[in-house]
Design a protein. Structure first.
Length: 106
C-alpha cells in the first residue's frame, strides 16, 4: 500500500536558524522527521529501529512544497521518497518496530 501527501517546512522553522545563513536549506534530519511522522500516522504507534538506506539527492529550500511517498515493505519497515515534481530529493528505507514488542536496552 502506498501513501502520498504534501508537506512544507516554513522558512521560520526553529531548526533552520544558522542552516545556512544567506542560503538556507532544510536539514536532512527535519525531512526524516516528517517521513517518520507519516509512518506513525499510518500505523498508529511504534519506533524507527534504523534507517539502513538514506540518500539525499538535492537540497530542499524552506517554504517549498514537497511530496512524501511512503510504501510499506512486508511487516518490517517502509520505503520512502521525498519529491518535488519528478525530482527525488531524498529516498531510503526505515526499519520499524511494532510497539507491542519491548525495546532492548543495554
Amino acid at each position: 500500500m502506498q501513501r502520498v501527501w504534501e508537506d512544507r517546512i516554513a522558512g521560520d522553522h526553529p531548526a533552520l536558524a544558522g542552516h545556512f545563513p544567506g542560503n538556507p536549506v532544510v536539514p536532512g534530519v527535519l525531512i526524516l522527521s516528517r517521513v517518520m511522522g507519516g509512518i506513525l500516522h499510518q500505523v498508529g504507534a511504534g519506533r524507527a529501529l534504523s534507517w539502513p538506506i538514506v540518500k539525499f539527492n538535492a537540497p530542499l529550500i524552506p517554504g517549498e512544497t514537497f511530496a512524501i511517498v511512503l510504501e510499506q515493505r512486508a511487516s518490517d519497515g517502509f520505503k520512502f521518497a521525498v519529491r518535488q515534481g519528478t525530482a527525488v530529493i531524498a529516498s531510503g528505507t526505515v526499519l520499524y518496530a511494532d510497539p507491542t514488542i519491548p525495546a532492548v536496552t543495554p
